[in-house]
Design a binder for this molecule. Sequence first.
Ligand code: HEC
Ligand code: HEC
Length: 152
Amino acid sequence: MRLIYTGIAILLVSVAVFAAEGDHDSLRGNVPLLEERTPEPLYEVENNDLRRIRAYPMQPPTIPHKIDNYQVDLNANRCMTCHSRRRVAESQAPMVSVTHYMDRDGNFLAELSPRRYFCSQCHVPQTTAPTQVGNTFQDIDEIIREQRQRGQ
Ligand code: HEC
Ligand code: HEC
């Protein structure tokens, strides 16, 4: 029992410390716990139809167009009305690649694989929002170039 009380006391003290310092949560900024934060503005979704570079060959490409109100559920898959094999002549959208027709054992299916059905599990549109945290990602080409230079 005493252990539980000690636990609760430690928890309360840490909440108090967090509340006092106030700047431990990147989402809240340095707004005190008991105050409400002014919400971020709604940022524009990029909709320029320009395909972006992929950071590595296996990256699911980001979506260069808006997907507002595109229905993807048990009854319909709006994405496939443009991206399926049969629709690309009409839509001029890139076809979902062959991996989207493969099951987990590598067999090719006639239809979209169920594990690739919910597109936005992997593909996301981009917004003009500023990045919240830093990023030190380096393209593999840069790493290879640096290593070659060092080797010479
Ligand atoms: C009205 C047709 C249409 C619909 C519906 C549609 N797309 Fe697209 N999509 C396109 C076209 C056309 C492009 C090529 C770039 C452009 O013109 O925007 C594209 C590009 C893409 C790309 C970029 C591919 C690459 O190689 O960079 C992705 C990813 C994508 N769409 C995913 C989706 C997803 C996910 C949905 C559903 C939420 C969807 N699209 C719905 C037409 C469509
Ligand atoms: C489990 C993750 C996943 C899901 C779900 C998924 N994709 Fe992809 N997609 C990828 C990956 C990874 C790539 C890039 C490598 C590849 O082609 O497999 C890709 C590539 C693509 C491309 C570019 C193809 C090309 O050859 O340039 C399009 C377009 C695309 N996906 C559309 C879709 C659509 C539409 C859906 C929903 C019907 C979907 N994807 C569902 C992971 C996914």
